[in-house]
Design a protein around this ligand. Sequence first.
Ligand code: ADE
Length: 402
Amino acid sequence: MTSRSSLVLEGRKSHEWAKTRMRIIDRIIKDLSTPKALPLEGIRLGICLHITKETSVLVMALKAMGAEIALCSANPLSIQNDIACFLKDQKIRIFATRGESYKQYHDNMLKVIRFKPEIVTDDGAELHLMLHRYWSNNIVAGTEETTSGVTRLKELELGRKLKYPIIAINNARTKFLFDNRYGTGQSTVDGLMRTTSVFLPGKHAIVCGYGWVGKGVASRLRGMGAIVTVTEIDPIRALEAHMEGYEVSHLASACLYGDIFITCTGSYRIIRKEHIDRMKDGVFLCNAGHFDYEIDIDYIRSQDRKPKEIRPNIQQYIVKGKCVYLLASGRVINLVGAEGHPPEVMALSFANQMLSIVYLAKKMGSLETKVYDVPEHIDRRISEYALNSFGIGVDQSNGKSF
Ligand code: ADE
């Protein structure tokens, strides 16, 4: 049993390590703060993110900029307990324990709501949706990290039900071009390999969805020697995948030969009974989307009430006499089976969070109730911070056009 103090120490080491890979975060604190004024002085922030070493760097940065913080997790299985202990030790109000039940997970969100935050940062929009149910007058604005969350918030906006302005962090180019594509690409393969030790060369990997996440996952799997098939419903994306050199097929055909299936769509019930029943013996099923509804897990569970726990995050089900390995219970494999995106890429996403939160704090009360994109000047500034930190310069336009 790991003691609390050793968890704090482990968490501190991981936090410090991530910080060295996320230098732009410190740079931003320095640029926005003066000895007399902190940009978030006294602002009450409610945060619902995956509790990782990278998130700890963001949280400590927001604290250093003067914010009061309450924090819960965007997923009960993605919590890194050493990081949770470290943050608690740093006097952050954190409500999260790895493996917490669904009820605890919701109760922890309610604790963040009871903290009466003024600005709320979410990943997946669970906390935003809960705030729309248990309305608190304190809220002035919010940010949303991920594609699935932004989709849900846009639906609220469309139905005129949105209650406060929200910046869609996901829609910044310095977020989705890097985090969704390269971050998820690398960390999903990392999660798959840490969980299963699977040897990828020659394996048929079926990537469902060719958005930014699917693009990243397909490219990294191919780079490791897998033979990749893409399935899509959007003809333009399917054409893109084809021109990129992937096999593009219906899932109804790919289910017959795939060894590994990875859902990257953000949509409901992509892999269903009619596919699972026809798969080969011993396939791996996993999900890279935010929610655990892309694979019809209820169907798999209905076929075998007593799955075998092969090892952490591998459950073996027998379906129609064949073995199906469900990874990470169909939850987001990169965070449950590995450590999520690497710090370098999270630095970009979290720089967007920091600058957007400061922007919202400045604009307090003056924004319309809608879903905003990250302002263009913030997006560009982050690319400059990042290039600068990598020691890369870019040319200036000579101002001439033909
Ligand atoms: N989402 C994906 N990877 C993440 C990470 N490392 N930290 C926080 N949120 C994430």
